[in-house]
Design a protein around this ligand. Structure first.
Ligand SMILES: Nc1ncnc2c1ncn2[C@@H]1O[C@H](COP(=O)(O)OP(=O)(O)OP(=O)(O)O)[C@@H](O)[C@H]1O
Ligand SMILES: [Mg+2]
Length: 272
């Protein structure tokens, strides 16, 4: 403590000091606006790039954008970061996504419940659902919404004790995905079958129910149909969520079916 600039009093001697001496010294340091960090060998801190923030909404908006980006990186979906509405094909319904996003921004400004809470993007494997949903998230994050991306199966894994990255506790995982302004929940009910555990059912219902109750919008992608089709073994979303929750979800939802071939399929089938 002996390195303050222009300290009017001498610093207390090393060794045992009476408390009174120390507090008089500390008071004088504080009067001089604290210790001179350069004398302590601490390099000066860089100024914020765009001057001092008088409005905390600037760093807050940046923090929200980086949370979105990190959620994409956690999902190993870095390739989708450049996607914007302009890059989508008509089949990926960019106009529907754009006007839904506009309505969410309006609602957020008014602190009101969005008129249409959910966006459901069903489609075949490889038809471009994730690209469409992430372009929505990219645009939403740029416009200031706290947006997060997670695959449904990943969310369920992270909700198990000690399973989430970044030392996140299971309760923090729920809090984050329930509270964000917009959630992109990819592959709803993917990698599940009719024997989906009670845990998976309970956690899924809890997440979706909590978001609907709080009036927070969610975009879902899925390869599944809402209900099992006659003559097909494939499960429907209703088999996991139950009739009551599915009808609550559908009661305030846009449906943007993405119809198209599997974009990943090679033009020549591989022979092996
Ligand atoms: N508009 C587009 N222009 C160019 N490439 C695209 C476009 N949309 C998607 N792709 C690419 O096509 C591939 C499949 O897209 P995507 O992952 O979005 O499909 P999906 O429907 O989510 O597939 P899955 O059912 O396997 O989850 C990806 O490599 C993606 O980058
Ligand atoms: Mg996908």
């Amino acid at each position: 403590m002996s390195v303050t600039a222009d300290t009017p009093t001498t610093a207390p001697a090393r060794g045992m000091n009476a408390l009174g001496d120390l507090s008089a010294h500390l008071l004088s340091v504080l009067k001089n606006n604290g210790a001179d960090m350069s004398q302590l060998g601490v390099p000066p801190q860089p100024e914020p790039e765009d001057g001092l923030w008088e409005d905390v909404s600037v760093p807050q908006a940046r923090a929200r954008q980086s949370m979105w980006r990190n959620s994409i990186i956690d999902a190993a979906h870095d390739d989708y970061v450049p996607f914007r509405f302009d890059h989508l094909d008509e089949a990926q319904k960019p106009k529907t996504l754009q006007s839904w996003l506009d309505s969410l921004i309006e609602a957020k400004k008014l602190d009101a419940r969005p008129e249409i809470l959910n966006m459901i993007l069903p489609g075949n494997i490889g038809s471009g659902k994730t690209a469409a949903a992430i372009s929505l998230g990219n645009e939403a994050a740029e416009r200031g919404l706290w947006t997060l991306f997670v695959k449904h199966a990943t969310y369920l894994t992270w909700r198990r004790p000690d399973s989430a990255p970044h030392n996140m506790k299971a309760w923090e995982v729920r809090k984050r995905f329930v509270e964000c302004d917009l959630l992109v929940l990819d592959e709803l009910c993917g990698e599940m079958d009719v024997t989906a555990t009670e845990f998976a059912r309970k956690e899924t219902i809890d997440l979706i129910d909590a978001r609907i109750a709080a009036g927070r919008p969610t975009a879902y992608t899925t390869n599944l149909r809402s209900r099992r089709q006659p003559g097909s073994q494939a499960m429907g979303v209703v088999d996991i969520l139950g009739e009551r929750l599915l009808s609550r979800l559908e009661s305030s939802a846009h449906l943007a079916k993405i119809v198209g071939p599997d974009r990943r399929k090679p033009t020549q089938p591989l022979d092996w």
